[in-house]
Every structure is written in C-alpha cells, then in structure tokens.
Design a binder for this molecule. Structure first.
Ligand code: R5P
Length: 291
C-alpha cells in the first residue's frame, strides 16, 4: 500500500501505478486550533510505503502522524520515502547553541519506520543520522527526458557539490560536455557569487544542474553569468524545485529559457517523475530482504 503525504499525492499515485501497489486514500484534517490529523484506511498484513516530502513544518508533523496511523491500521512493515528531505541543509551545528536539525528530524522519523529511502539529499551524510537502514537514490537522470534538441550542450554545475548530478544528467541525455563554477555564499546575507569556468558558452545551450533551487540565488547568478557570456539558451534543471519566495522571478530576470524539475516537490515546472527510480529502489530493497 502506498500512502501519500498531502504534498506528495501526484508522485505517490505515479508510484502506485509503476509498482502495481494499491494507493491509500489518506485524509488530512485540521482542528480549529491549527493542529493536524492525518489518517489512513484500515489494512492488514502489508507493507505500508509512506511517501511524503517534508517541504514544510506541517509536512513533518503529517509524516509522523501517517507513520503512526499505518501501524494502527495494521501495517506489519513501514517504509518511509522522503522524495525531498527538508532540513537536510542543516546538517551541522554552524554556531554554538544551534541544533543539528537534520539529525533531530532523522531521529524522529526513525521511530516510526523500518526503513527510509531518500532522493538526492542535500548532503549524503544525513543518511547516517537515521537509526534504521537508509537507501539514498540519485534521481537526477530523469531530468534528461525533459531536454531535447540541445545545441552543442554544456551541462554545468553551479558549484563543486553538483558536479556529480550534472554528469548524471549529461550521461542520461547521451551527449555534451560538463563543467562547474565555483560558488561563494555570504553566510550573513545569503548573497551568492559564482566564478565562471573557462568553458566557452557562446552559441551553446547550457543546462545548469543543481540538486535544489531554493531561493534561486545560486541558479540565477549562474544564469546571469552565462547569458552575459553569450550562451544561446540557458535551462535551469534541478531535482528539487523548491522555488521559494521570488526564485522564479529572479530566474526569469536573469534570462533563463526554461526551468525544469522533478515531482519530489510539486511545482509548475515538475515535468518529470522520480517514480521509476523509486520503483527500482523499492524492488531492490524487497529483494535484499528476501535474499
Ligand atoms: C548548495 O550547495 C546547493 O546545491 C544549492 O546550490 C543551494 O542550496 C541552492 O540554494 P539557493 O537556491 O537558495 O541558492
């Protein structure tokens, strides 16, 4: 049984279809004082796969409730899929007195599940914060399906951390070069500056690939530099299209041609699904347990 969190309903439905598993009609209610109540139908003797991106504080609460609800409803085994794990960027205590928020969230999630599947977490190390087995999947390759007819393509990572996924997308697309910028972010102001590489972009289509577009500062800086340097078209591609606040406007103002993302966070630009990658991960997990 696939059990969707409220913000992951399209992905959960796609996953149910891909895997042939039934889709639970969960409900999401709210009391007058603001407290939430997520619930699931009765089922017994099955594995419940809770699919819930934690892209808001409400989504975290809902996830913990769904994990508890499926046990109450009779699930023998619970797998938790976090298509997008919020708080993963708070993977250390940056100043005295601050929490390691990713660890706190992971510990809470671990209490209600037998296993966790993460899609492109911001830092792979966050997997170690869970107290149950974790599988981390790289779904960036599905972005290639949203790209076609690229002219002399360059797949560019806006910082060193994204080189791997830029290569994944290039490999899935089948041709093109890869390169990366150097990035500096001012911790106080959040302002981002990127130092261009030597790669020539004149008359080329450039796909800037990142794990997440959050405020859009990183991506819009990269787009701005590339447009200035004469790129033909610049596409912004990311696994997690958070697109908070005025990110879309910043990207448009910088001259982006298109924004493409997956359905780990449902947005207007979520043009490809990670469901096939999650299907493989669930099948591999089941096979490993049987073996
Ligand atoms: C940073 O290392 C990440 O890969 C992203 O580049 C970053 O988190 C994006 O954040 P924003 O959109 O706020 O610049």
């Amino acid at each position: 049984m696939i059990v969707p969190g409220s913000s992951s309903q399209p992905l959960a439905a796609a996953l149910a279809e891909e895997t042939g598993r039934p889709l639970a009609t969960a409900t999401y209610d709210r009391f007058p004082d603001g407290e939430r109540l997520a619930a699931v139908p009765e089922f017994a003797g099955e594995e419940a796969v809770v699919v819930a991106s934690t892209d808001s504080d409400e989504a975290w609460v809902e996830l913990l409730q769904l994990q508890d609800a499926v046990r109450e409803a009779g699930a023998e085994r619970v797998t938790t899929v976090l298509p997008y794990m919020g708080y993963a960027r708070q993977d250390e205590s940056f100043r005295d007195g601050q929490p390691v928020s990713a660890r706190a969230m992971a510990r809470a999630v671990s209490t209600g599940t037998d296993r966790v599947v993460l899609v492109n977490p911001h830092e792979p190390g966050v997997a170690d914060f869970y107290d149950v087995p974790v599988e981390t999947v790289d779904a960036a390759g599905v972005l290639a399906a949203s790209l076609s007819d690229l002219r002399d393509p360059l797949f560019l990572a806006p910082d060193e951390g994204a080189i791997g996924i830029a290569e994944t997308v290039r490999d899935a697309y089948g041709r093109g070069e890869t390169d990366h910028f150097e990035k500096h972010r001012d911790r106080e102001t959040g302002a981002v500056a990127v130092s261009p590489s030597d790669a020539s972009v004149v008359d080329r289509d450039v796909v800037v690939v990142d794990d997440i577009v959050a405020t859009g500062s990183t991506m819009s800086e990269a787009v701005d530099v590339l447009v200035d340097r004469g790129a033909e078209r610049v596409v912004a591609a990311c696994v997690h299209p958070m697109l908070a606040a005025n990110a879309v406007t910043k990207l448009r103002a910088a001259g982006v041609d298109r924004i493409v993302g997956t359905d780990t966070i449902e947005r207007g630009c979520s043009v490809v699904s990670v469901a096939p990658v999650l299907t493989e991960a669930l099948a591999a997990g089941a096979a490993a347990e049987e073996g």
